[in-house]
Write a protein that binds this ligand. Structure first.
Ligand SMILES: Cc1cc2nc3c(=O)[nH]c(=O)nc-3n(C[C@H](O)[C@H](O)[C@H](O)COP(=O)(O)O)c2cc1C
Length: 177
């Protein structure tokens, strides 16, 4: 059976939630999927997997450094496999072409910096997770939310992820890459 690795980095848990849901979607389709959260200095070996899906979220215009280091260390192996890069961000939820273009730019920077050429890149809308933020992050995110017309009630989370689009993404892995 073809095996798929979903490796992710997550600051407040939302990309972890997406990774676990995607893992279940792939399993429901009869595929073998393993989900792994990258750690600092991670030596997890992508070698045994046929397909690798890398997921990282954007904070202040960049993806997590620990994921960049893992990808850079494994770029040679990844470049020989079927791969995808899922870039999670709040701004992606706006769906505005210029925002998606900017996010594609962050993903391109990530690929260039690590020496990895993802087979495909998906921009995924994340979540505004006020209850998980510390005082400073809550303040910063409220300011951004105000500028972008997003909700300001910090007692709640606001999820923008398109789960149907993720189901369609999972569907594609039923076919050979
Ligand atoms: C301090 C901070 C900075 C962020 N910076 C950005 C950003 O530059 N662009 C963006 O689109 N989203 C930004 N976000 C939103 C996150 O990308 C979004 O909440 C995502 O769902 C986080 O996923 P995670 O919980 O897996 O880390 C930021 C969030 C925080 C808390």
């Amino acid at each position: 059976m073809k095996s798929i690795l979903i490796i992710y980095a997550s600051n407040h848990g939302h990309s972890g939630k997406i990774a676990e849901r995607l893992g279940s979607m792939l399993t429901e389709r009869g595929l073998s999927a393993q989900v792994h959260e990258v750690t600092k200095g991670d030596s997890f070996d992508p070698g045994p997997f046929d397909t690798v899906i890398v997921m990282a979220s954007i904070h202040a215009g960049r993806h997590q450094a620990k994921m960049a280091r893992w990808v850079e260390a494994n770029a040679e192996v990844l470049n020989q496999k079927r791969t995808a890069f899922l870039s999670v961000s709040l701004s992606a939820g706006s769906g505005a072409p210029e925002v998606l273009e900017e996010n594609r730019g962050y993903a391109k920077d990530f690929a260039e910096k690590t020496g990895w050429t993802p087979g495909r890149v998906e921009i995924v809308a994340g979540c505004l997770q006020y209850p998980s933020y510390n005082f400073l992050n809550k303040f910063l995110m409220k300011r951004i939310a105000k500028r972008q017309g997003l909700p300001l009630d910090t007692s709640q989370e606001y999820e923008y992820t398109d789960w149907d689009a993720l189901e369609e993404f999972a569907d594609d892995f039923r076919h050979p890459g």
